[in-house]
Design a protein around this ligand. Structure first.
Ligand SMILES: [Zn+2]
Ligand SMILES: [Zn+2]
Length: 177
């Protein structure tokens, strides 16, 4: 599998990261079942790295998903086809695992170290390969600001990888296929 990616750097130091870090399938395992959850790009203050961080649905989205779920009897919807977060979540099997995570009322964690000292990275809509675009996010411990640049034609070959966590966001296993 070959995918284009975005490189992230700092205006002042040699800090480097990229969006390939969020590649893979992320699962919560609970009572013998799994639920595929969503992750986003973040900066972990403990790892001092660009990492994948958990993306937890808002309480409004969860309310809507519960309401849809009462009458939903179709197949699980595919993420890249379904734009409505609540409808997508409501259609997934083992929705009760997502409920169990939400009941913990915990903060999203870094999917590498399990701590919640994270900053969300919002990627701009337009990213170019010849110019760097500011992410408007300060790099802690230095005076710099993080910026992004597209890898352009450069694509990275990756092996599918599955990460499994408990409902607290602690890594249980990593499987390379
Ligand atoms: Zn820096
Ligand atoms: Zn971390």
């Amino acid at each position: 599998m070959s995918i284009p990616f975005i490189q992230i750097g700092c205006t002042e130091c040699d800090f480097r990261g990229d969006t390939l870090t969020t590649f893979g399938c992320y699962l919560w395992q609970h009572e013998g079942n799994v639920f595929q959850f969503e992750r986003q790009l973040g900066l972990c203050l403990d790892c001092n790295k660009v990492v994948a961080v958990e993306q937890l649905p808002s309480s409004e989205t969860m309310e809507q998903a519960r309401a849809i779920r009462r009458t939903y009897n179709g197949k699980p919807l595919l993420r890249f086809l379904e734009k409505d977060d609540a409808r997508y979540l409501a259609s997934q099997t083992h929705f009760e695992i997502l409920e169990a995570v939400c009941e913990l009322r915990r903060l999203p964690v870094c999917l590498e170290c399990g701590n919640s000292a994270i900053r969300q990275i919002e990627l701009p809509r337009q990213i170019y390969s010849d110019t760097k675009v500011s992410l408007g996010l300060k790099h802690p411990w230095c005076e710099g600001t993080l910026e992004a640049q597209s890898s352009g034609g450069l694509r990275m070959g990756l092996t599918p990888i599955t990460y499994t966590y408990d409902i607290y966001g602690h890594l249980l296993s990593t499987v390379n296929e």
